[in-house]
Design a protein around this ligand. Structure first.
Ligand code: GLN
Length: 485
């Protein structure tokens, strides 16, 4: 096995047993990137120099027999909407093309303390708006399982880089599914933590009441390692919370109950995905879990609620890109004549922002305007409470909920990009979790043969608030049994 193909646990073991060095691990990932990235296009920026220096630092510690943490010397890639001080951070938008981050996001501070080795910043949909990474202002990213297909989005670069073993783990952000959907499309594990458990300080905001940073990993137990490292209350993010550690869920009870909501098995879903998920449910049953049919009656409104709330929050968050304070600024006209304030503002945004971002700014501004606020925004917030009640009720009788992550496998490049509504439908199973702030994880559960390619299918486990531990326990249990077949 090549070093870049190891998971975090295996690599850590190899490092402390001095079977290989952090530098060799870094070199293996660099080689993979150099060999494969021209086809996959996962990176917006490669950071080999600092990565190599960090790997050498860890090797010094290992040589001196110092204790190192589980993430020390482990190569990682970071979605390009997470700030790393001194490095260009674009959120895949032209308006931030030359923006250099002036501070580290809290998750980066934490990973630096762990001794991270960053390989680079990854491609994404502009400002995380999209589900295919085709909305990047700079390039498309291709799915390593089939280069004619999208890797999912918006964290498509992170998922594709990990899935092709260019790194051992990755960070992404998830506002309505942007970690879980690309994880499903690329056949890796993706976790959207409970809202507030991971600081959003230094994450370029999209929908602030929905955004969470989370990990991509090769295994569920790796996801737990990364989550442990990045979680925690942060004085820079007033919505952040301390994570209450729970007891080991599987040992606590004899038999855990997994709820299957009927609203997540719908007409229009790819029948082969449906079958793969139903097979997985049977496997869980064989592993000894109670399977219980449940109802989440307001599910049908989740997508509409999400696209109202997210557009409203986007329109507010995007107002800071005004051509004055950040990034691209158009200051003069074609004849060199200086523009007035209004023209600087309008023209910088006109040139610097892409069409999906503009669409949401317009929708959000409309939704929040006098006369429409009550009809759309306030109504959506009310239905948000109803969705929350659905989940509260469900978790009175189940420990965890299982659904498909997406209604389809990865779709073809270009297939949905000109039809925003169809693209939005890809989020149908992922958005509810963000609306109610719960944790959810997508993990691989099988492959489907399409066009002579094997495309991965992801299942989604949803937990109660702070129920990450339950997701890790149930997910690892399934993963070890499922893999050994
Ligand atoms: N695809 C969804 C959207 O376009 C989710 C994006 C995200 O989670 N960042 O809004």
């Amino acid at each position: 096995m090549l070093l870049n193909e190891l998971n975090i646990k295996q690599a850590h073991q190899g490092l402390i047993e001095k079977k290989f060095s952090a530098l060799e691990l870094f070199e293996a990932c660099r080689k993979k990137i150099e060999d494969a990235n021209s086809k996959i296009n996962a990176f917006l920026l490669k950071t080999y120099e600092s990565g190599e220096a960090a790997a050498k630092e860890i090797d010094k510690k290992i040589k001196a027999n110092e204790n190192i943490g589980l993430l020390a010397g482990i190569p990682v890639v970071i979605k390009d909407n997470i700030l790393v001080q001194g490095i260009v951070t674009t959120a895949a938008s032209q308006i931030l093309e030359n923006y250099i981050a002036s501070y580290d996001a809290t998750v980066i501070t934490k990973l630096k303390q762990e001794g991270y080795v960053m390989m680079g910043k990854t491609n994404m949909d502009e400002f995380a708006m999209g589900g295919s990474t085709e909305n990047s202002s700079f390039q498309k990213t291709y799915n390593p399982h089939d280069l004619e297909r999208v890797p999912g989005g918006s964290s498509g670069g992170s998922a594709a880089a990990l899935s092709s073993n260019m790194c051992l783990y990755a960070l992404g952000s998830d506002t309505g599914g942007s970690i879980r959907q690309p994880a499903a499309f690329c056949g890796v594990v993706g976790l959207k933590p409970t809202y507030g458990t991971v600081s959003r300080h230094g994450l370029i905001a999209m929908g602030s009441s929905l955004d969470q940073i989370g990990p991509f990993s090769k295994t569920v137990s790796d996801s737990k390692i990364i989550f442990q490292a990045i979680k925690g209350k942060d004085s820079h993010d007033s919505t952040s919370l301390d994570f209450p550690e729970r007891l080991n869920a599987v040992n606590k009870k004899n038999k855990l109950t997994i709820g299957i909501p009927k609203e997540y098995f719908i007409d229009g879903m790819d029948p082969t995905v449906d079958k793969t998920i139903r097979n997985a449910i049977q496997e869980f049953e064989k592993l000894g879990y109670n399977i219980k049919k449940i109802n989440l009656p307001h599910t049908e409104y989740a997508l509409a609620v999400y696209y109202i709330i997210v557009a409203a929050e986007v329109s507010a968050n995007m107002s800071r890109y005004d051509g004055i304070r950040y990034g691209y600024s158009k200051r003069s006209d074609a004849n060199g004549k200086s523009l007035g304030f209004n023209d600087i503002y309008c023209q910088s945004r006109e040139i610097g922002l892409g069409s999906e971002v503009k669409r949401r700014i317009m929708l959000g501004t409309y939704i929040l305007s006098a006369g429409y606020y009550d009809a759309f925004y306030l109504k959506a917030q009310k239905v948000r409470s109803l969705l929350k009640q659905d989940f509260d009720k469900a978790f009175e009788t189940v420990d965890c909920i299982l659904t498909p992550t997406c209604p389809t496998v990865a779709f073809k490049i270009g297939e949905k990009i000109n039809d925003p509504l169809t693209m939005y439908l890809s989020d149908i199973f992922t958005v509810a979790v963000n609306i109610v702030g719960l944790p959810a994880m997508s993990m691989p559960c099988g492959f489907i043969d399409v066009d002579n390619k094997k495309l991965p299918v992801g299942l989604q486990l949803i937990g109660p608030q702070f129920g990450e531990t339950i997701l890790f326990e149930i997910g690892s249990h399934y993963e070890t049994q499922h893999d050994s077949k």
